[in-house]
Each structure stands twice: as structure tokens, then as C-alpha cells.
Design a protein around this ligand. Structure first.
Ligand code: NAP
Length: 265
């Protein structure tokens, strides 16, 4: 459904948007849609070649700024992003990794890796920008940031932490924040999800394949951001699990236990 723009909606034309995790999936889809709206883009992820390929497809001003958010010098990275077009209007924190391991087999270093990329990287970038910019923070959380799901102890913890940080930030000071909680989306997230050994899962889960098409997800994210929504939930079946979690937790606990932690079915 196409929504008619309201006069108070954010107009993305000319806006300077820094997208982390822009080399694939939700970040890439957002870059494509924002380029169509003539936003100026700063694209970050590890794979410089994927970012360059994407940049060549986009008919807008683009700065490719590759970085590994596990090891990045966040002060230098943020300074480079600010310098690219002389400011930042919006940051989309989309970089992230998934998890496929049970708590009983998962060493702390796997939890640290998940927290570094999914939680500490957005926090570090935000900390660098807050003193110099009032950029709108768009945070790609997850339904696993609202409730637990088997095989995702670390992932769910990182996304709960992310929601806690950004929700608190926006009540602490006047920073525009949109937290996005998607259910499953058709991306490569299950391929790169880390297992107990720290290696990539390397399997495209059936539930992921049946998820929301990535362009649909990106369009709904931008619609929520344009309306300055504080929280956007984009989900199918997971939405019902979430309502059960909220209003009928005993049923949620019974149902969530039945999901396979590897396939997500
Ligand atoms: N797909 C879903 O079902 C789903 C559901 C809920 C939430 N999410 C969230 O959506 C976000 C995007 O994921 P996606 O589904 O689009 O998966 P994706 O296609 O695997 O995208 C993940 C992005 O994160 C980047 N990334 C991973 N590790 C990085 C690192 N160390 N440094 C810099 N960039 C890194 C990847 O780029 P490089 O490999 O080039 O570094 C890639 O661009 C994640 O935060 C994820 O948790 C996804």
C-alpha cells in the first residue's frame, strides 16, 4: 500500500545517511531505496568490493567507507564519515551477525563477538557522533530483541541491549531514534550466523528463505522513519509470538521452546 506523504514526514532528498552493513541484505536494500530518493550515502561494511559494486549501481552521491566494526577505530571512522559530505543527518545501524548455538555449548568469546558487532559498534559510533551531531539514529534490532528464541542467547542479548541503550538515549537527551524490530527477512543472515566454534553456520535456513522480502522490509523501515516512529515492528508469524509473550507468557514459553534452533522452524 502506498502511503501519502504528510507535510511533517522526513524528506530524504539531499539528506546525508551513513549506513553500516550496506554490503548486503537490509542495509543494501535501504541504500538502493535511499539512492532513489536522492539521499547522499556513506556506505560501511567489511567487503569494500561489494560496497564499490553497490555504489556503481546507485544514481546518487556515495562515499564508500569500508571498515571491520569488530576492530575499528571508531573515532577515526566517525570523523571520516562526518567529513565525507560535511555532516550526518541519519545513521542506519544495520551491520550485524546472527547466532546458531545453544547456551550449553557456547563459549564466552562467541558472546563477546556478537556483542562487539551487534551492540558495542553502534554504541561506539553513537558516542563519537553525539557531541557533534544530532543525527537521527535508525537501529536495526530484531524480534529477538523483544523476546527470547532458541539458539540465540547471545544474539537476543545483544539486540535486547541495543534496544535498552537507544530507548534510554532518546529519553535522556533530544536525539531522534527509530528502533526497528524485524522478524525473519530474506537475507544471508543465517549463512554468516556464528556457531559455538565461532565459524559461520553456512546454511540458508528454511525460515529465512520464507521471510519477508528484503525490499519490502526496507520500504517499511523508511516509511516508519519518515513518520519519525520510535519503534517499528516488521514481522509475520513472529508478531503473534510477540503478542503472546506480552499478554500470555505461559503460552509463549511453551511455543518458543518448540522451534528448532538451527532451522528456525
Ligand atoms: N534477516 C533477518 O531475518 C533479520 C531479522 C531481524 C534483524 N536483522 C538484523 O538486520 C541487520 C542486517 O542483517 P541482514 O539480515 O541484512 O544480514 P546480512 O545480509 O548478512 O547483512 C549483514 C551486514 O552486516 C555487515 N557486517 C557483518 N559483520 C561486520 C563487521 N565485523 N564489520 C562491518 N560490517 C559487518 C555485513 O557486511 P560484510 O560481511 O561486508 O562486513 C553485511 O553488510 C542485522 O543487524 C540483523 O541482526 C535481520
Amino acid at each position: 500500500m502506498t502511503r501519502v506523504m504528510h507535510e511533517n514526514d522526513i524528506n530524504f532528498t539531499g539528506k546525508i545517511v551513513w549506513i553500516t552493513g550496506a554490503s548486503s541484505g537490509i542495509g543494501e536494500a535501504l541504500a538502493v531505496l535511499l539512492a532513489g530518493k536522492k539521499a547522499r550515502l556513506i556506505l560501511t561494511a567489511r567487503r569494500a568490493s561489494a560496497l564499490e559494486t553497490l555504489s556503481a549501481r546507485l544514481d546518487t552521491a556515495v562515499k564508500v567507507l569500508p571498515a571491520d566494526l569488530y576492530t575499528a577505530d571508531f573515532a577515526a571512522l566517525s570523523a571520516a564519515a562526518l567529513a565525507a559530505f560535511g555532516g550526518i543527518d541519519m545513521v542506519i545501524h544495520a551491520a550485524g551477525i546472527g547466532q546458531r548455538s545453544l547456551a550449553v555449548e557456547t563459549p564466552v568469546k562467541v558472546y563477546r563477538q556478537l556483542m562487539e558487532i551487534n551492540f558495542f559498534a553502534p554504541v561506539a559510533i553513537t558516542g563519537c557522533l553525539l557531541p557533534v551531531s544530532n543525527a537521527h539514529m535508525v537501529v536495526i534490532g530484531s524480534m529477538s530483541g523483544l523476546m527470547g528464541f532458541p539458539g540465540r542467547t547471545g544474539y537476543a542479548a545483544s539486540k535486547h541491549a541495543l534496544k535498552g541503550y537507544f530507548e534510554t538515549l532518546q529519553v535522556e537527551q533530544d536525539v531522534p531514534v527509530t528502533i526497528v524490530s524485524p522478524g525473519r527477512v530474506q537475507t544471508n543472515l543465517s549463512l554468516s550466523a556464528i556457531t559455538a566454534s565461532g565459524e559461520a553456520h553456512g546454511v540458508m535456513d528454511e525460515a529465512q528463505i520464507k521471510g519477508i522480502p528484503v525490499m519490502e522490509c526496507a520500504a517499511r523501515i523508511l516509511e516508519g522513519v519518515a513518520k519519525r516512529k520510535k519503534h517499528v515492528i516488521i514481522a509475520r508469524k513472529e508478531k503473534y509470538l510477540y503478542w503472546l509473550h506480552k499478554w500470555w507468557p505461559s503460552i509463549y514459553y511453551k511455543m518458543a521452546k518448540k522451534y528448532s534452533f538451527t532451522t528456525g522452524k
